[in-house]
Design a binder for this molecule. Structure first.
Ligand code: ZN
Length: 438
């Protein structure tokens, strides 16, 4: 007697679990979980399946995990480029963000989530204003999100004075406490925008809620110099003195970290979100990822917001991470394709404390799966699937996407929203926000 399964995803399966691949393989899903992985023939003999999907020469792999972004910043994409971080932030981004409304944030988040799904991302970690709207957008699109409200010392365009921010966070935790796909995080912006008291107070909230503490850290030389001057310590040293540096910390960037600080990350279990394209574009430098991996630090990949990248396509980010580290180390072996794919899948899941549920294709894990079409000129012939995924494939080659067992994109068409309507609405909201024609 055959068992029942809702979905069978067929192709060359790259599990990211101990290097296991199945050439004519398949992944069977029931509800939101993976129930079997093996050869297609074996699984078809064992299961009665409601639906079978595949691609032409399709590669099946775990959905990608974007560990650092600001989804609503898609509305600011291309608004100001080619500037240093502080000038870009203070003269261009913050003034526009001061005019944001919840509707704008909602549409900007929908736009980025649409782009992420269409380029193979199935989970994202987001820090932004009006985070309820980002989380609601994730629910609408069927996306998995780790989402926090950005908090800093000055009044917020969302909640106003700081004390209201804590109330807003309480509401955020309450609204999404039963969500199967949205996890709420605690997000201090950075050491240069949050007082020591605020950093410590937010750590208390993260501990109480047993969730990740997400912040920007050691992104630029300017940040390090300013922190030294104001607090008499580097950004990492400052956090250590405050007693907040532990395994719940997800530190984005970490471009300017010293070898002893990297050792400290390893010892404390601090996780790092590496954002190579944003660091390159803002001229911040190169994060010493090879040294971090050698010290046992878990490093995931992030795109950062679309305004400093300027896309949220993790395929581009994997390619760039592998190549940039080679330039940094002057060593072509220092970050191979497999290591880059690992960062974008299982390491990303571990960064977000979700390694038990996502990041690899394994029986019992949640069904977050993508299919990449390889029957294309730039992907033919295929000797090595991992090599193609990192060095030759693009986000636009992703054909199907399944999140939490639900097909959210089939044959490149999103199933949860009308794409044309959404693009038109986003253009209108961007024009209202910036006063510019787009
Ligand atoms: Zn960021």
């Amino acid at each position: 007697m055959k068992q029942m399964a809702d979905l069978l995803v067929c192709g060359h399966v790259v599990t990211m679990d101990k290097g296991q691949e199945f050439r004519n393989g398949a992944v069977a899903c029931a509800g939101n979980r993976i129930v079997a992985i093996g050869s297609e023939q074996e699984l078809l003999e064992k299961y009665n399946v409601a639906k079978v999907i595949r691609g032409q020469k399709g590669v099946v792999l775990p959905g990608l995990v974007n560990v650092h972004t600001h989804a609503p910043m898609s509305l600011l994409r291309g608004l100001a480029d080619d500037l240093p971080l502080m000038t870009w932030l203070q003269e261009h981004i913050f003034p526009v963000e001061a005019k944001l409304t919840s509707e704008m944030v909602h549409h900007g988040a929908l736009l980025s989530i649409m782009e992420m799904i269409k380029s193979g991302t199935t989970s994202f970690c987001d820090m932004y204003l009006f985070a309820k709207e980002v989380a609601r957008a994730a629910e609408t699109m069927g996306m998995r999100g780790f989402i926090g409200e950005v908090v800093y010392d000055f009044p917020s365009p969302n909640y106003g004075e700081l004390d209201n921010g804590f109330h807003y966070m309480d509401e955020l935790f309450a609204e999404f406490k039963d969500s199967s796909r949205v996890t709420i995080t605690v997000d201090p912006h950075a050491v240069y925008t949050c007082s020591p008291d605020l950093l410590v107070r937010l750590k208390g909230v993260a501990e109480e809620q047993n969730t990740a503490y997400v912040l920007h850290l050691a992104e630029t030389s300017f940040e390090v110099a300013q922190c030294q001057e104001v607090h008499g310590a580097s950004p990492v040293g400052h956090l250590d003195q405050l007693g907040v540096l532990d395994s719940s910390v997800v530190a984005a960037h970490c471009v300017k970290v010293t070898p002893p600080e990297i050792e400290l990350f390893g010892a404390r279990g601090v996780k790092v979100a590496h954002c190579p394209e944003s660091n390159m574009k803002l001229g911040s430098g190169v994060a010493p990822v090879r040294a971090m991996l050698d010290a046992g630090v878990i490093v995931g990949l992030g795109t950062d917001g679309a305004a400093s990248n300027n896309d949220v396509d993790l395929f581009g980010e994997m390619d760039m991470a592998a190549k940039l580290q080679k330039v940094h180390c002057l060593d072509s072996t220092c970050l191979p394709a497999g290591a880059a794919l690992h960062m974008a899948t299982c390491a990303g899941a571990e960064v977000l404390g979700a390694g038990r549920d996502i990041g690899t294709l394994e029986v019992g894990k949640k069904a977050d799966i993508i299919v990449v079409e390889m029957n294309k000129p730039h992907l033919t012939p295929m000797y090595n699937a991992v090599s193609h995924l990192v060095y030759a494939a693009r986000g636009g080659d992703v054909l199907h996407s399944i999140i939490d067992g639900r097909i959210v994109m089939e044959d490149r068409k999103l199933t949860m929203v009308d794409e044309h309507e959404l693009l038109a609405a986003c253009r209108q909201w961007a024009e209202k926000l910036t006063g510019r024609t787009c």
